[in-house]
Design a protein around this ligand. Structure first.
Ligand code: GDP
Ligand code: MN
Length: 388
């Protein structure tokens, strides 16, 4: 799960990680009042959306007067922000973060991630902050250092100094960084984060370190342990289809193709998408209806797939182990009864109660293409999606 920058910065504060002074607002008048209360000569107006790359597309504005704070806020609020990291439709700007401007001497990069190959938490740092870390990694990999943390030993002082030297920090700054990295490490573990990124971490003119940006991702599987974090969820920043799927306990991810896929089991779903691509098609979604599913769940899943206007054909691929094929068939028929299905549907049922499932579909008179092997099913659905 993702949270907003202003929420991430509050968590930073709780863990003694220095952040700019600021406040989240939802109205232009409120923005002006907050700026006035913060004082100073300049303010930053930052669009709060669940995506980075805001600076490049006008989602981060530097205001030199209270009038500008109000003006920029009025322009941003209610708009949709499209960045490199959002889809084409963008994300709604429902709130802003108003902060004091800090004079930047240098922009640095610091993150804490799960490194799968070493199976450890790993700090990643670079003196080349403020830009795409992916670009830095690609063009000048020598400018990035990574420091894996041993799970039993925890974060060590020498590791913080190593990062500090790589970032070109000196004297008291090294102690500041050690505190900051310690806070990040504690926060990561305490809240079951999956990634924390500060880009940029700045060195101010007076040499202080400050997290100017803050992105935190959390492990969805641990959210039940952290009601305080779960409460920070903002459904308006998420795909409405994925939200709906979540309510029905379905694993659903929107993709950009035109072939809807309904499959049981994540592995089979991946294999099905591979096969669709191999046959020249593009999946519109990943959907795992899970084991021990019900007629209601299958019917909701099917409706969800059909609600995507991009979908030109649907492939249902079920291998009945725990899940019974006749339950799947009933689910499909229940959905067909409620929504008008205009796209071709290819169904491949195999395993427990496959016969009964196929019979139900055949008897129903619904226009469904029955396929008996997966490769053939993929070929058929790709051809149908292409209008053949
Ligand atoms: P992102 O583009 O979504 O990652 O948003 P950031 O929060 O990283 O802001 C983008 C850029 O805006 C930063 O890299 C800074 O150059 C600039 N910026 C943000 N806050 C301040 C500030 O307080 N002072 C100054 N001078 N620049 C800022
Ligand atoms: Mn940033």
């Amino acid at each position: 799960m993702n949270i907003h920058e202003y929420q991430a910065k509050q968590l930073f504060k709780d863990y003694q990680i220095p952040v700019p002074e600021g406040k989240q607002v939802t109205k232009p008048e409120q923005a002006e009042l907050v700026a006035r209360a913060l004082g100073g000569e300049g303010w930053v107006v930052k669009a709060q959306v669940h995506a980075g790359g805001r600076g490049k597309v006008g989602g981060v504005k530097l205001a030199n007067s209270l009038r500008e704070v109000k003006e920029f806020s009025a322009n941003l609020l209610g708009q949709w922000l499209v960045t490199q990291q959002t889809g084409a439709e963008g994300l709604p700007i429902n709130s802003l973060l108003i902060e004091k401007i800090y004079p930047i001497k240098r922009e640095l990069y610091l993150s804490l991630v799960v490194d799968r190959s070493s199976q450890r938490l790993m700090f990643i740092a670079s003196a080349a902050g403020g830009m795409d870390i992916e670009t830095v990694a690609h063009d000048t990999p020598e400018r990035i250092i990574s420091v894996p943390i041993h799970p039993a030993a925890g974060l060590q002082g020498y590791q913080c100094r190593k990062v500090g030297f790589a970032l070109g920090l000196k004297g008291g700054q090294l102690r500041e960084l050690e505190k900051l990295m310690g806070g990040l490490y504690q926060l990561f573990l305490a809240k079951d984060a999956s990634q924390i990124e500060i880009n940029p971490l700045i060195e101010t003119d007076s040499g202080e370190l400050l997290a100017l940006d803050a992105k935190i991702n959390f492990d969805d599987n641990a959210l039940a342990l952290h009601p305080d974090i779960a409460a920070l969820q903002d459904p308006e920043q998420e795909d409405p289809k994925e939200n709906e799927a979540q309510q029905f306990g379905l694993n659903y991810i929107t993709l950009s193709g035109n072939i809807g896929c309904m499959v049981n089991g994540a592995g089979l779903a991946m294999a099905t998408m591979d096969l669709v691509k191999l046959k020249g098609g593009f999946p519109a979604n990943f959907l795992d209806v899970g084991g021990g599913t019900t007629v209601e769940k299958v019917s909701e899943a099917f409706k969800l797939i059909l609600s995507d206007p991009e979908v030109k054909a649907v492939l249902v691929n079920i291998f009945g182990g725990i899940v019974q094929c006749d339950v799947i068939a009933q689910g499909i028929l229940a959905a067909v009864e409620q929504v008008h299905v205009t796209v071709p549907v290819v169904v491949r049922l195999e395993g427990t109660h496959a016969e009964q499932g196929r019979e139900l579909l055949a008897k129903s008179g619904v226009n469904i293409v029955a396929a008996d092997d997966l490769e053939h099913a993929a070929e058929q659905v790709v051809a149908l999606a292409k209008g053949r």
